[in-house]
Design a protein around this ligand. Structure first.
Ligand code: CA
Length: 232
């Protein structure tokens, strides 16, 4: 299994280095970002499995980055690092999508324990979802994806899809309503670690539309201007 990747967003260099060191020693792959902007760019280029997010950043607050995460549909667990304990109520109340919070000063071992707990919760959810996952997914009423046979039909007629076209369609179908950037799609569907040629994604989306859309009807995949694509 690939290493889980954790993005440490923290402007205090010594703390950031300590966290990266501790996480790598625990078997995670860790990267760091010293500002909110750098963090957002890193996430768009190569999606981490979890974000450790300092609340006070030089260019924005951790809350702002949470808002960006929810607007762009990152769907990545976030653990907030807060300096003040009185922020905690506010933090939870704001429901900005943080999965957990840790109050500074903290013991790095505590951070590792919390991270592992978040991953365990996610695995439990994924396990439940997989157990309940239907073998057939219906799209837009007339299109059907039969996962086991890797088959797509429209009104009962098989549609020929290339391997990656099928995988891209299935990925969208299993993450409906979530907006993905081109680099994220390259990463998740093609398995590239870093942004390759994002036109690959555009070409595959165009092919899927050509094969699956009917004139005058909404497309099976939405273009989200300046961000990426989504299956509605
Ligand atoms: Ca800070």
């Amino acid at each position: 299994m690939d290493k889980r990747t954790i993005l440490v967003v923290e402007d205090e260099k010594a703390l950031s280095e300590l966290l990266v060191y501790a996480l790598e020693r625990e078997g995670f792959a860790a990267a760091s970002a010293g500002s909110g902007t750098e963090a957002a760019n890193r996430v768009r280029a190569s999606r981490p499995d979890l974000i450790l997010l300092d609340l006070m950043l030089p260019d924005m607050s951790g809350f702002d980055l949470c808002r960006t995460a929810s607007r762009e549909g990152w769907n990545i667990p976030i653990i907030m690092l807060t300096a003040k304990s009185d922020m905690v109520d506010k933090l939870l109340g704001m429901e900005l999508g943080a999965d957990d919070y840790i109050t500074k000063p903290f013991d790095v071992r505590e951070v590792v324990v919390r991270i592992k707990a978040v991953f365990r919760r996610i695995e439990q959810v994924i396990g439940r979802e997989a157990a309940q996952a239907p073998e057939t997914i219906a799209l837009r009423g007339d299109i059907e994806i039969r996962k086991a046979q890797r088959l797509v039909c429209r009104e009962g007629t098989k549609i020929e899809l290339k391997n990656k076209e099928f995988e891209l369609l299935l990925f969208f179908a299993e993450h409906r309503g979530i907006v993905f950037t081109r680099p994220q799609l390259l990463n998740r569907v093609w398995g590239y670690d870093f942004a390759g040629d994002t036109r690959t994604v555009d070409i595959h989306v165009q092919r899927l539309r050509k094969k699956l859309d009917k004139p005058g009807e909404v497309s099976v995949i939405d273009t989200v201007f300046a961000v990426g694509y989504r299956m509605p």
